[in-house]
Design a protein around this ligand. Structure first.
Ligand code: NAP
Length: 496
């Protein structure tokens, strides 16, 4: 089959693979990647003869690595951890010490990999991005990269267009674009897949999915957590680069793209790219009107006291890094002209929630009188986390003699409706990379286009003498965020 013509997630029998996990002892590997692989194993999706090779700089015996991996799977899978399978899974696991920056260390990896024709070879780079260049260079020099090899890259892919280009050039010098799997784990989420199903599996929504029918769209990704142990990293990065450039823009693309001709990787990615390129630039003149940035001060989140951002370990005392962003984005196409997309993300907000809210136009003329003459518009809410559901708010008559209208939700609870266990994002993404399916991974030109939209906003903020606005931990960000959307006559979903 042509590699382009594959379904969103392949259902062919899984091929045997060698997965080399750089950063194999790190937080991401232990918390997400190894548990995801163990789940795949439990589902019978790790073909016989496959190998998973953890790679990191420190020396560990294979036994010690296995013990660490088992403890991590037990801890992070909780009730889903199935003890009986562990020994068989562990037989696929190995460890090799390689300092990514030392050419001589790669011989040990080359020896282990050997020559296994027909076995997919996947390098997952779960290390800091400043190691990507050395890893790519040395893998190539050691002759380990085969024409079929695949490289999976974790975010962040650079901190601006220039640094992203540098990373992509380095990777591109070693492998072709069709061998590069750039991860945005949001694209692996079950509800994001459902968004595609909703839009392109049902004829119902397509006529409504445009200006004239949709009034505005909100995308919120809110975290209760602060920067935890990532203070130093976060202080160099900020919410715009950490969240908006990738996760929020990818969600916006899936929502706003034209129907692709098929679910083939490039058909979908071409359409996403067109959205990114149609985003109206926000330059210095507009940035202070169309964007709001904030930084949390001490407060209460849930029931717990939370320190202010400037008191977090690893954060500079006079830091101007934003921990909250709200943006009014506009897409200059026939479909979306005049429909604002409000993006909002932040740390230390009252809830841990990722949600898309699509507000439809109001009825053009009400036949009802009194309080029902002005009816709230229909609203489609797509919740991605912590729970996954889709609701369509409509107005219905409440029982009784009088004609009273009340909003009610047509609700699709995905957990209730389908008995099957939903896949974790990394399970799906690892599975797709093993199968060679690129649809849910970002192509290089998408990454470039996203940075090209983000960079002028960043530059405008850097040039602004005022820093981010302060907000209390546990609130929904600075008051200016409400004002941003109120100027257009709307309110955030949680404020309605
Ligand atoms: P981490 O816990 O700091 O782990 C870093 C890993 O890289 C360790 O296994 C470390 O091995 C290895 N490493 C460091 N220097 C090395 C070298 N010179 N040669 C070989 N290996 C080396 O980082 P992480 O949180 O797992 O994150 C990994 C990447 O994923 C980062 O780019 C991060 O931004 C990204 N990411 C992480 C998360 C997350 O939830 N953690 C989420 C999204 C993206 P030693 O321990 O032996 O030094």
């Amino acid at each position: 089959m042509n590699a382009d013509v594959r379904s969103l997630s392949s259902h062919r029998p899984p091929p045997a693979f060698d997965l080399v996990l750089f950063g194999g002892t790190g937080d991401l590997a232990m918390r997400k990647l190894l548990p995801a692989l163990y789940r795949r194993f439990g589902d019978g999706l790790i073909a016989a003869g496959s190998r998973i090779i953890g790679v990191a700089r420190s020396a560990h015996s294979r036994e010690a690595y296995l013990a660490q991996a088992q403890a991590a799977c037990r801890q992070h899978l909780g009730a889903d951890y199935r003890a009986p399978g562990w020994e068989t899974f562990a037989a696929t696991l190995g460890y090799v010490r390689v300092d990514a920056t030392v050419a001589g260390d790669y011989a040990a990896l080359a020896a282990i990999l050997g020559d296994r024709p027909g076995v997919a070879r996947i390098f997952f780079l779960s290390t800091a991005p400043d190691l990507f260049a050395a890893i790519c260079r040395e893998l190539a020099a050691a002759g380990i990269v085969t024409p079929e090899s695949r490289i999976m890259l974790e975010k962040p892919l650079g901190e601006d267009a220039t640094s992203a280009r540098r990373i992509n050039d380095t990777v591109g010098a070693m492998v072709g674009e069709r061998q590069v799997y750039r991860i945005d784990h949001y694209l692996g989420k079950e509800t994001v897949q459902n968004l595609l199903a909703l839009r392109f599996g049902n004829a119902l929504f397509e006529p409504l999915w445009r200006r004239g029918q949709i009034r505005h769209v909100q995308i919120t990704v809110a975290e209760q957590l602060g920067v935890e142990s990532r203070g130093e990293f976060y202080d160099r990065t900020g919410a715009l680069r950490d969240m908006v450039q990738n996760h929020l823009l990818q969600l916006l693309c899936i929502l706003a793209m034209e129907p692709p001709a098929s679910s083939a990787a490039d058909a979908v990615r071409d359409e996403k790219l067109k959205v990114l390129r149609a985003l109206r630039p926000i330059g210095e003149a507009e940035a202070l009107i169309k964007t709001v940035r904030g930084q949390y001060r001490g407060g209460i989140v849930g029931a717990d006291k939370a320190a202010g951002y400037l008191d977090e370990p690893g954060v500079g005392a006079a830091s101007r890094t934003e921990t909250f962003v709200a943006i009014k984005a506009e897409i200059d196409t026939w479909r979306w002209a005049g429909v604002p997309f409000y993006l909002r993300t932040g740390k230390r907000l009252p809830e841990h929630v990722a949600e898309i809210v699509i507000t439809f136009e109001q009825v053009p003329h009400s036949i009802f009188e009194g309080p029902f003459s002005s009816q709230p518009p229909n609203r489609l809410v797509i919740r991605l986390q912590p729970d996954e559901f889709i609701t369509l708010r409509i107005l219905a008559k409440s029982p009784g003699e009088a004609m009273r209208l009340k909003p009610v939700d047509l609700a699709l609870d995905l957990g209730e409706s389908f008995k099957g266990r939903p896949l974790e994002a990394y399970e799906r993404l690892l599975g797709d990379a093993i199968q060679g399916n690129l649809t849910l991974f970002m192509r290089r030109d998408e990454v470039d286009a996203a940075w090209n939209w983000i960079d002028p906003i960043r530059a405008a903020w850097d040039a602004d003498e005022d820093g981010p606005r302060s907000y209390t931990a546990g609130s929904w960000g600075p008051a200016a965020s409400s004002a941003l959307i109120a100027r257009d006559g709307f309110a955030w979903h949680d404020e309605q």
